[in-house]
Write a protein that binds this ligand. Structure first.
Ligand SMILES: NC(=O)c1ccc[n+]([C@@H]2O[C@H](COP(=O)([O-])OP(=O)(O)OC[C@H]3O[C@@H](n4cnc5c(N)ncnc54)[C@H](O)[C@@H]3O)[C@@H](O)[C@H]2O)c1
Length: 341
C-alpha cells in the first residue's frame, strides 16, 4: 500500500493506493457511519458492508441531479444523521461526486471518505475534492471543493467492473500521459494488451502513476486557478458530446481529445505525427475516435460549459506529447473549426 497526500485548504486527504477494502475499519473514525452507494456496487459488495446503515441510489449519471440527491437528503433526515456522522461513499465517480457534494452541504458539512470502485474513480473522480452535480443537463455546474479524509483505491474491486467502464478509465489515463508524462504515454503504448486484460502489475503501475499526477496538480492548484485547468484536456468537446449523445464520460473525452489534438495541429503546436500518435493510442485501446454528432448541438452545449467566460473558453491544447498549454479560444473559432472537419 502507498499513501499519496493531497493538502487541501481545509484538510488533508489520504489516497490509499492498493489498500484492501477489507481494511476499511482501520480508516473509519469512531462515529456513526452512513454509506452512500449505488445498486450495482451494492449488488457485488453488500456483504462487505452488511453491518452499516446504507443509502442505495440508482446507478448512472441521471442520479447527479437535485431531484435525486434531495431524496438522499430526505432519507438522511429520516435516519437522523447529524454533524457527528461520517459519510462513506462507495462507488464510481457518480457515487463519489454525490456523496462528496452531500457531505459538503448537509448541515454545512460532515466528514467523509471514499471507497473508489471504478477505474475512472480511482485515478480521477474520487481524487482532488471536486464534487459536482448536473443541472438542466449541464455537467457538474453546481458543486463544492472539499477533500475526503481518505480514498481507498483497491484494484481488486475492478474485477467486477464491466469492460466498457475499464476503457472509460483508460481514456483519462491516456489524458494524463498526453498532458504531463511522455514516459507514461510510452508505457501505455508498450502494454496495451496487458492493461486491457487487467494484468495486475501493469494496471497497478498506471493507477499509481495517474494518482500521483493528479495529486501533484491538485497540490499546486486545488481551486483550478491555473495548472489544474490542464486536466480538462479533451473535456470541452467531451462534456458537450456526453451531453448530446449516449457516449459515457471516457468515450466522450476520447473523441474530445482527438478534436483538441486536431486543433493543436491546426494552431501549429503539434505536428502530423504527434496527431497520428494520439489517434492511434485511443483507437488501440478500443475507444471511439470519430466525431459523428450534430455540430450545432455540440457548439450550443459548449456555450453552456462552466469554463466559458463571455464568448471565449480556456481551451487545453497539446504543445507536444507530454505537455499541454491553456489558450483562450473564442467559441466562434471552435464553431469554424467544427465546420471544417
Ligand atoms: N469530481 C471529479 O473530479 C470528477 C472527475 C472525473 C469524472 N467525474 C465524474 O465521474 C462520473 C463518472 O464516473 P464513473 O466512470 O466511475 O461512472 P459511474 O460511477 O457511473 O460508474 C460506472 C458504472 O460502473 C458501475 N460500477 C462502479 N464500480 C463497480 C464495480 N467495482 N463493479 C461493478 N460495477 C461497478 C456503476 O454502478 C456504474 O454503472 C461522471 O459523473 C463524471 O462527471 C468527476
Amino acid at each position: 500500500m502507498e499513501t499519496v497526500i493531497i493538502q487541501g485548504k481545509l484538510n488533508d486527504s489520504k489516497i490509499l493506493v492498493n489498500e484492501s477494502v477489507n481494511n476499511i475499519s482501520d480508516h473509519l473514525p469512531d462515529s456513526q457511519i452512513l454509506i452512500i452507494t449505488d445498486s450495482n456496487v451494492n449488488h457485488y459488495y453488500a456483504d462487505l458492508f452488511k453491518d452499516f446503515i446504507k443509502i442505495v441510489i440508482s446507478p448512472g449519471e441521471a442520479s447527479k441531479t437535485f431531484t435525486e440527491i434531495s431524496k438522499v437528503y430526505a432519507e438522511m433526515v429520516h435516519i437522523g444523521v447529524d454533524r457527528s456522522w461520517f459519510i462513506l461513499g462507495v462507488g464510481g465517480g457518480v457515487v463519489t461526486d454525490i456523496a462528496g457534494f452531500i457531505s459538503a452541504t448537509y448541515m454545512r458539512g460532515l466528514n467523509f471518505g471514499f471507497i473508489s470502485t471504478s477505474l475512472l474513480g480511482q485515478i480521477d473522480a474520487s481524487i482532488g475534492g471536486k464534487n459536482g452535480i448536473n443541472f438542466n443537463g449541464i455537467k457538474n455546474i453546481i458543486g463544492t471543493i472539499r477533500q475526503p479524509e481518505f480514498v481507498i483505491c483497491d484494484p481488486e474491486l475492478l474485477n467486477t467492473l464491466p469492460e466498457r467502464e475499464i476503457k472509460t478509465g483508460i481514456a483519462e489515463i491516456i489524458k494524463y500521459a498526453l498532458i504531463t508524462d511522455h514516459q507514461l504515454f510510452q508505457y501505455l503504448n508498450d502494454h496495451i494488451k496487458q492493461i486491457v486484460q487487467l494484468n495486475k502489475t501493469q494496471l497497478s503501475h498506471i493507477i499509481q502513476r495517474s494518482i500521483t499526477i493528479k495529486a501533484n496538480v491538485v497540490n499546486h492548484d486545488e481551486h483550478e486557478i491555473s495548472e489544474r485547468k490542464k486536466l480538462n484536456f479533451g473535456h470541452t468537446f467531451g462534456h458537450a458530446i456526453e451531453r448530446i449523445s449516449s457516449n459515457n464520460h471516457g468515450e466522450s473525452v476520447s473523441i474530445g481529445m482527438i478534436l483538441a489534438s486536431k486543433l493543436s495541429l491546426k494552431y501549429g503546436y503539434i505536428d502530423e505525427e504527434d496527431y497520428r500518435e494520439v489517434f492511434k493510442i485511443i483507437n488501440q485501446f478500443g475507444l471511439p475516435t470519430d466525431f459523428l454528432f450534430d455540430k450545432k448541438q455540440t457548439i450550443d452545449a459548449i456555450k453552456q460549459d462552466k469554463k466559458r467566460s463571455d464568448h471565449q473558453i480556456d481551451f487545453i491544447l497539446l504543445e507536444k506529447i507530454g505537455n499541454a498549454l491553456i489558450k483562450k479560444i473564442p467559441i466562434a473559432d471552435l464553431d469554424l473549426f467544427l465546420e471544417d472537419i
